[in-house]
Design a protein. Structure first.
Lengths: 131, 291
């Protein structure tokens, strides 16, 4: 063969819009998994302020919860966690070979359920905690 | 399934010596001559009184200077109920540009030679109805394989992966009498039934993101091939162990991220992801067998 044409990465990225349910589920699952790992570190950092005494800890939590951004981010964290757990259960079923022909339905169900739970949580989070 | 417009020749015209033998052949040659004449005189045939569709076809040829830069060519093709993408390509080639290159043979989803990237999805040209697609219909060669010319991709790597799983029987013992059938139970036949239907078209491999990023990944079709033998009760136990070893290597079943793209595109509706998952479990079971 003389020569051939390699279409390269640019086209691969162009194919994102051709993703199907299973591929989006995979992308979201990786993304949410790593966000959760990231959160774990901040979570430990915040909790560690308790080492400097109860007052420091209460102060930190008050300041953080006083910020609107933090409360909005918390809604995001819930969304990420709920989706990861629901889709995680879906993946466990996939690993067990259960209901593979309906994997797209279970992905959409995870999305809808996540959406519903997140919307329901918005008032609680945005109201903040009264300490 | 494919519907053939009867007047279309099967292959590019090879100068047949006795065109008179069989009226079919004579008619074909006559039509071909007419078409050539028409192309010469008016450049494009008059399709104004016919229903037509537009296809945009990927063109590339490293050996022709004007085609070294990949581009899309538009063709207007006649449409009727049952016209497939392959029919459209054949019409475009025979009518407008005889250099338009693509593989095809059976025209009934059996040979696996015309897997193409049609409107953003891997499909067989002969199995895809033009009427089901949005216009203009984009026809490209399979992604993630090198393009040799126009719609023809290099399939060598795909075939290598297929052979890598030792796709043949190696039973522990064969009946002493060669006339004795080596039959399998009905239940076992059911279990492997869909996996035997693969036509080696390469659509699955082309759709797989993991295979795109990692050329050493065996890919769905090869793993399905391994499944076909590993799950067959006639398979020898030694061979089964060897085969499981192959598929659980670094670039075997564990690369699969259950994105289901292969299962979605397989023209023979083989539940590929299901088979890959079954082999993952089989591999785990094999490794847990310490008793
Ligand atoms: C009930 C809670 C959880 C469930 C059911 C769950 C389930 C799963 C499953 C099934 C996978 C996919 C494995 C695969 O590729 O097949 C996964 C991946 C992942 N999970 Fe979770 N998970 C949970 C909680 C968490 C938490 C709290 C974190 C973060 C600290 C996390 C981080 C990750 C990451 C980073 C991945 C991706 C790993 C990779 O790159 O393959 N998960 N999870
Ligand atoms: S498994 Fe399906 S998509 Fe893959 S090569 Fe075989 S027939 Fe084609
Ligand atoms: S031409 Fe044989 S599969 Fe389409």
């Amino acid at each position: 063969m003389s020569q051939s044409y390699n279409r390269g990465l640019v086209e691969d990225f162009g194919r994102w819009r051709e993703f199907s349910a299973g591929m989006w589920a995979w992308v979201f699952h990786k993304f949410t998994g790593w966000v959760l790992v990231g959160y774990l570190f901040t979570h430990i950092a915040v909790l560690s302020t308790a080492l400097s005494g109860p007052a420091a800890y209460t102060g930190t939590i008050r300041t953080l919860e006083g910020l609107l951004v933090v409360r909005v981010l918390e809604v995001g964290l819930l969304a990420v966690a709920v989706f990861h757990i629901l889709n995680g259960c879906r993946l466990l079923l996939v690993d067990l070979g259960v209901g593979l022909e309906r994997q797209d339905v279970s992905f959409y169900a995870s999305l809808i359920l996540t959406g519903a739970i997140v919307v329901a949580s918005v008032p609680t989070f945005l109201a903040g905690v009264s300490l | 399934m494919s519907t053939q417009l009867p007047q279309e020749p099967e292959t590019e015209s090879e100068p047949e010596t006795d065109a008179e033998t069989g009226s079919q052949q004579a008619r074909r040659m006559r039509e071909k001559a007419e078409r050539r004449e028409r192309t010469r005189t008016e450049e494009t045939p008059d399709l104004s009184d016919e229903e037509t569709r537009v296809i945009k076809v990927f063109r590339y040829d490293p050996e022709v200077p004007e085609k070294q830069e990949p581009r899309f060519d538009e063709f207007h093709v006649p449409f009727e109920k049952g016209t497939t993408v392959l029919d459209a390509l054949i019409y475009a080639r025979d009518t407008y540009d005889s250099s338009l290159t693509f593989r095809h043979s059976c025209r009934q989803a059996v040979c696996g030679s015309d897997a193409l990237f049609i409107n953003g999805s891997q499909r067989l040209g002969c199995q895809t109805q033009l009427g089901d697609l949005d216009e203009p219909v984009r026809v490209e060669p399979l992604p993630h394989q090198d393009v040799v010319k126009d719609l023809v991709v290099d399939m060598d790597h795909f075939y290598e992966q297929m052979h890598a799983v030792d796709p043949f029987f190696d039973p522990d013992e064969t009946p002493a009498d060669p006339m004795v059938e080596q039959s399998q139970t009905r239940a076992n036949r059911e279990k492997i039934k869909t996996s035997t239907r693969c036509i080696w078209c390469g659509a699955c491999m082309s759709s797989c993101n993991v295979a795109a990023g990692n050329n050493d990944y065996l890919g769905p079709a090869a793993i399905n091939k391994a499944y076909r033998f590993a799950m067959d009760e006639r398979e020898g136990s030694e061979k089964k162990r060897e085969r499981l070893e192959i598929i659980e290597r670094e670039n075997g079943v564990w690369r699969c991220q259950t994105q289901f793209s292969c299962t979605n595109v397989c023209p023979k509706d083989i539940p590929l992801t299901e088979h890959i998952q079954a082999l993952k479990r089989e591999a785990v079971k094999e490794n847990l067998k310490f008793w």
